[in-house]
Design a protein around this ligand. Structure first.
Ligand code: HEM
Length: 108
């Protein structure tokens, strides 16, 4: 639990973080290149994006939020990450999926 709440620069966390960065760097252009949304890519994006942004936001909290305020800030970040993960999962399983939804922004 404390690992999830305090997702900071430990060895294991850095491994997960770099894996999520590399996954996103491959998945985002792959999704963009697909003419239609692919469920496997959407589900992978829906997992990698919250993991990546959660850990990255915790780096920022460690660097910029004063020590006394870090606990509540990390808790709020975790709540935001959880809501994002649930929302993306719902979009992928019950809605249009991440790829189609993002692409629809460029459609009339
Ligand atoms: C297609 C989506 C994305 C891609 C391809 C991507 C890729 C990357 C890569 C390659 C890095 C360098 C990290 C490393 O050394 O492994 C990085 C860092 C970072 N990313 Fe992302 N990212 C994406 C989405 C996001 C989102 C949605 C957030 C939202 C908060 C985010 C926040 C950050 C931050 C804050 C860092 C810097 C962390 C630090 O080193 O202090 N990224 N990203």
């Amino acid at each position: 639990m404390s690992g999830v709440l305090n997702a900071d620069r430990g060895r294991g966390m850095m491994k997960i973080y770099h894996a999520s960065s590399i996954a996103l760097a491959a998945l985002a252009p792959a999704a963009a290149a697909m003419p239609e949304g692919q469920l496997a890519i959407d589900v992978a994006l829906g997992a990698a994006m919250p993991v990546h942004s959660h850990i990255a936001m915790n780096f920022i909290i460690s660097d910029y939020v004063p020590k006394g305020a870090r606990g509540p800030t990390r808790a709020a970040t975790l709540a935001l990450t959880a809501a994002t993960a649930v929302g993306l999962f719902k979009l992928n399983t019950q809605g249009d999926g991440i790829t189609r939804t993002v692409k629809s922004l460029w459609k009339a």
